[in-house]
Design a protein around this ligand. Structure first.
Ligand SMILES: Nc1ncnc2c1ncn2[C@@H]1O[C@H](COP(=O)(O)OP(=O)(O)O)[C@@H](O)[C@H]1O
Ligand SMILES: [Mg+2]
Length: 404
């Protein structure tokens, strides 16, 4: 089922059931996005003027339960089990359902998002997961959790709740205007975000401008303060574990006990996940995804922000990457004349064919030099926003379902 149809079914189910709990009232929530895997809704946080977002992912293609009395039903508990090569979910205590390949993939994507955001909870470059309280048929006390399984027409779905980070989707922002110092700040914040993820052994696999939110800063007179915004990396649906994480103490357990299932978060070795034009060459040539691949994608994102065109329009372009092409990318970034050579070279290091030569520390160092030490003074001389830069022929390319 595609996400447009899923959204329609979700909203119809709510409209038809007047007794349905408000947490499922999707027909009355603002829909912010429909990606390849789920639908994002916005709702006000109770007792607060902030917004939280719910992302709802369909998981099973077939119904776990047929002839259910109501179109939306909460599920009391969900466990994951694997016997030999077969994967199962066990729901409501003892009923088992055998997952197909696609269903297991959907479960991985939905679970990775909430589990990995939980692991990074409290780190400033990512949205925080938010717990809400609700009552469920199987429990006499309210349940507090940041995620919940439920059935839509008998099919398993997961909803996860996270804060809405302030700002605007970077893809939309780049199509309008952007100050060079803000590009440096994006480089810095995302470089730090990748560093934090690397420390936690989490690979993102879909770093691109539409998965970044940037909050432009203004002073009290509404003058723009270049380089003072904050970037957030979002969309953790493609995240995977690079290594087994042993430090799980500060994770809270609720509702489902899938958090520790290493099996669910291990790399799907044969799959290529990501967005065409952003995937690192070694991954396209069959190597396992690593954090170095995220560094490559960050290079692609920064190149687009600076030049206004994609570094690689297709995966085929990436496959034929050579040192000559790398010099061209360098030249194009240099031609804009906004950045000092060291910063441009730091970005270019992210385009190294040898993954280990993609130097994140160098990028962070050069970005810091500009932002906090005034290196390459010409940037601060730019009085206003740079003129509109129309991204030539760039589409918001969507994340591919894995290619096998
Ligand atoms: N935590 C968040 N804070 C602010 N905006 C968000 C957040 N999560 C998602 N969005 C917005 O919703 C859009 C879709 O969310 P995303 O997680 O990328 O899902 P998908 O790509 O699967 O549709 C994003 O491009 C972004 O504009
Ligand atoms: Mg996305």
């Amino acid at each position: 089922m595609n996400t447009t149809l899923f959204r329609t079914k979700l909203e119809q189910a709510c409209a038809e059931d007047s007794l349905l709990d408000v947490r499922f009232a999707y027909d009355r929530k603002l829909c912010l996005g429909m990606g390849g895997y789920g639908v994002v809704y916005q709702e006000p946080q109770v007792d607060d003027d902030r917004f939280v977002l719910q992302k709802i992912n369909p998981i099973t293609v077939r119904a776990l339960k047929k002839d259910v009395s109501r179109r939306i039903l909460s599920v009391d508990s969900v466990k994951y089990d694997r016997v030999g090569k077969k994967s199962y979910v066990i729901f409501n205590g003892q009923e088992a359902y055998s997952l197909g390949k696609k269903e297991l993939h959907n479960l991985k994507v939905a679970m990775a998002e909430s589990t990995h955001l939980r692991l990074l909870q409290g780190v400033g470059y990512f949205p925080k997961m938010v717990e809400q309280e609700w009552f469920s048929e199987g429990y006499s006390d309210p349940v507090a959790s940041d995620r919940e399984f439920f059935l839509l027409d008998g099919k398993l779905c997961l909803r996860t709740i996270r804060e809405q980070v302030p700002g605007v989707n970077l893809f939309d922002l780049l199509g309008e205007w952007f100050h060079p110092l803000d590009i440096v700040k994006v480089a810095y914040d995302l470089g730090r975000a990748l560093q934090c993820m690397e420390g936690a052994g989490i690979i993102h696999r879909d770093v691109k401008s539409s998965n970044v939110v940037y909050n432009l800063r203004y002073d009290e007179k509404q003058n723009h303060c270049p380089g003072e915004g904050e970037a957030y990396l979002i969309d953790f649906g493609g995240t995977m574990r690079q290594k087994k994480i042993t430090d799980l103490e500060n994770i809270t357990y609720f509702w489902d006990d899938l958090t520790e299932c290493v099996d669910l978060f291990s790399l799907e070795k044969k799959d290529i996940f990501g967005t065409p034009g952003y995937i690192a060459p070694e991954v396209l040539f069959g190597s396992e995804a690593t954090s170095y691949g995220d560094r490559w994608s960050l290079g692609c994102l920064l190149y687009t922000a600076i030049v206004g065109d994609a570094a690689f329009h297709t995966n085929a372009d990436t496959r034929v990457f050579t040192d000559g092409r790398k010099s061209e990318l360098h030249e194009k970034m240099n031609e804009t004349n906004y950045f000092n050579l060291d910063f441009v070279e730091a970005i270019c290091s992210l385009f190294s064919v040898n993954p280990e030569e993609r130097n994140l520390n160098l990028l962070l160092f050069e970005a810091e030099e500009i932002l906090f030490c005034g290196k390459g003074g010409k940037l601060s001389d730019i009085p206003n926003m740079v003129p509109l830069r129309i991204l030539s022929g760039l589409n918001n390319v969507t994340t591919l379902r894995p290619m096998r």
